[in-house]
Design a protein around this ligand. Structure first.
Ligand code: HEC
Length: 143
């Protein structure tokens, strides 16, 4: 008597699972690459623990010259041959509006972990240097 009932409920459980698996994920994917993982809110809220000095900034700039400038440009405007070749749309950091909506924590997280076709600096440079890079990136919009 209860057997058919059990079968029906097992079947509907399977159907539900199928529906869940087929549920559409996130919004439309950006043209360039798959949507990057969202930045954790606690990372976005991080505030720089380092004191930026002219010396520490100069050191960050040296590393920027090796690891970042080929894409983002010596002055941060993102208009580089490599960016063009890789078909990247980079923000122009010389425009103060370009990073207005982003926190220092978000910039730090992206520099640390990378994003899309940009690889992260994690393990390559210590956190203090990366926080100086955040300050450096911000400095490109200052006259
Ligand atoms: C291969 C090219 C490439 C290199 C090298 C690279 N980046 Fe990026 N960077 C990108 C791209 C592409 C994005 C946009 C990623 C996205 O939002 O999908 C980006 C985003 C960023 C952002 C977030 C703000 C923004 O403009 O979107 C920061 C900050 C940043 N990069 C800093 C750096 C620093 C510092 C380095 C060197 C340690 C570096 N990048 C090296 C390609 C690069």
């Amino acid at each position: 008597m209860w057997r058919p009932l059990l079968c029906v409920s097992t079947l509907s459980a399977f159907l539900l699972m199928g529906a869940a698996l087929q549920a559409p994920t996130a919004g439309p994917a950006p043209a360039q690459s798959p949507a990057p993982a969202p930045i954790p809110p606690e990372a976005a809220a991080m505030v720089s623990p380092v004191k930026v000095t002219p010396e520490s900034l100069a050191h960050a700039k040296k590393i920027y010259g090796y690891d970042c400038a080929m894409c983002h440009g010596d002055n941060g405007n993102g208009k580089t041959d490599l960016a063009k070749q890789m078909n990247l749309t980079l923000k122009d950091w010389t425009d103060p509006a370009s990073l207005k909506g982003m926190t220092d924590g978000e910039l730090y997280y992206i520099i640390l972990k990378g994003r899309g076709s940009m690889s992260g600096e994690e393990g390559r440079a210590p956190p203090a240097v990366l926080w100086n890079m955040v300050a450096l990136v911000r400095s490109y919009s200052k006259p």
